[in-house]
Design a protein around this ligand. Structure first.
Ligand SMILES: Cc1ncc(COP(=O)(O)O)c(C=O)c1O
Length: 429
């Protein structure tokens, strides 16, 4: 679900013409829909309202502070993985007690910053990290701050059935500790007075398409929690991570209500607070990347459409083999897409590769894709680009990062300026 629709054969972000944004701000440009973000958050809040639930939006998906600010205003907490993300959330006015902090390589500086901020939970990924947190807490905790709480990240060894690069909850990943070792960790650290180990965290991976892996994983950790409680430990919360599907193809992802229908009954009456860390399911559909056609050319049997966005702007297609629906911003009536799909082959389309200007063969957005005929200067929309789009962008080939624009009804504003040549060299003194 999102608020990017064709009206009178032109693409609109909410009530703003995409062409108008591109004319004023230039391309490539990320265009976000505030209503889409808010509606996704609200649907998750409603779906889990029966339980004591904290939704911690995953900052890594899309972390512009203007976005974090209105998400915080709507009651969202935040899942962070670095000192930089903590800084962003605090800048945005996020509630520190609703922050959960994962990541296998937290530095001492980052841990102390999070201790000073009184975050909700440190999501602990190894015994060595917990040792370090305890040591730093003893050295640095201020008298006024709360006793830090920790959740042990456990590997439930469940396959989320997604790309190997986005699979995190199986054995032999670098994340968390094996479920068989969790009791040992609690035996060693569960009675520690400086850091309260009182929750379990899992994150299966990203870009899931099905509910079943969550059911399987939650059943496993509920059994673990029962054992831990039997051993005399207090477990107050379970954080089931993120990874819920987004509609890269229209109507293919389970909805928040679908996930909740399977998850809530498992947790009902278990005296556990629930934490969720959705990223893509909130942000992916909340943006497009608008880009302009520079050139068309033939190469062997192939046709290429070369656009002004590159893999430095959106790396998901080469990195994850990810599908993004791509379509012209202005079309004739017969090309108005009724849905976003891999096989949308309307009469009159051409099969092309849509590629960027970067000096890498991996710089592509789509291969062998049917597209209505386009010419130099036409605008294309790369849909469902809100998650891991701008946040994964880089300056490769000395390209300034794209501008970010937030649309709110009939209004739009630039929430991050396009980077200039001066920005590229500003730190190189
Ligand atoms: C620990 C953790 N939580 C939540 C997320 C968000 O995942 P998604 O954007 O797929 O919902 C991630 C993504 O990598 C993660 O590593």
């Amino acid at each position: 679900m999102d608020y990017f629709n064709y009206k009178n054969n032109k693409l609109f972000a909410e009530d703003v013409e995409v062409e108008k944004v591109a004319a004023e701000v230039g391309t490539p440009v990320y265009i976000y829909s505030k209503a889409t973000f808010e509606e996704h958050l609200q649907k998750i809040q409603e779906a889990y309202s029966e339980l004591d639930t904290t939704i911690c939006y995953s900052v890594k998906a899309c972390g512009n502070i203007n976005i974090l600010k209105f998400m915080a205003g709507r009651g969202s907490g935040f899942d962070i993985v670095s000192g930089g993300e903590l800084y962003r959330v605090l800048q945005a006015g996020g509630n520190p007690s609703k922050i959960v902090y994962a990541g296998v390589g937290k530095t001492d500086t980052e841990i102390v910053e999070a201790l000073n901020a009184d975050i909700g939970y440190f999501n602990i990924e190894s015994e060595a990290e917990l040792d370090n947190l305890i040591r730093l807490t003893k050295q640095h905790r201020r008298a006024a701050s709360k006793q830090p709480k920790a959740a042990l990240r456990v590997n439930p060894d469940v396959d989320p059935r997604t790309h190997t690069y986005t699979t995190t909850g199986k054995k032999e990943t670098k994340f968390g500790v094996d479920i068989e070792r969790a009791r040992r960790v609690f035996a060693d650290y569960g009675r520690e007075s400086s850091v309260k180990l009182c929750a379990i965290h899992i994150h299966l991976g990203s870009a899931g398409h099905t509910v079943e892996p969550y059911v399987e994983a939650i059943e496993k950790i509920l059994a673990l929690i029962e054992q831990l409680r039997g051993d005399g430990f207090t477990i107050e919360a379970v954080d089931v991570g993120g990874g819920y599907g987004a509609d890269y193809i229209t109507g293919t992802a389970p909805t928040a209500a679908d996930y909740a229908a399977a998850i809530v009954p498992l947790l009902r009456g278990k005296n556990l607070k629930l934490i969720l860390e959705p990223g893509a399911s909130i942000a992916a559909n909340a943006a497009i990347l608008a880009t302009q056609v520079l050139y068309s050319k033939a190469g062997g049997r192939k046709k290429f459409v070369i656009v002004d966005a590159g893999m430095n702007d959106l790396i998901r297609p080469p990195l994850y083999d990810a599908f993004h629906f791509i379509w012209p911003v202005k079309v004739s009536e017969k090309f108005v897409p009724q849905q976003r799909d891999k096989d949308l082959q309307l009469v009159g389309t051409e099969v092309v590769d849509i590629v960027g200007p970067i000096c890498e063969s991996a710089d592509f957005f789509a291969r062998d894709r049917a597209l209505p005929p386009v010419k130099r200067g036409d605008l294309l929309s790369i849909f469902t680009a809100g998650a891991y789009g701008f946040s994964m962008s880089s300056n490769y080939n000395a390209r300034g990062r794209a501008a970010e624009v937030l649309v709110d009804g009939e209004k739009f504003s630039v929430i991050r300026k396009r980077e200039t040549y001066e920005d590229l060299t500003a730190l190189e003194k």
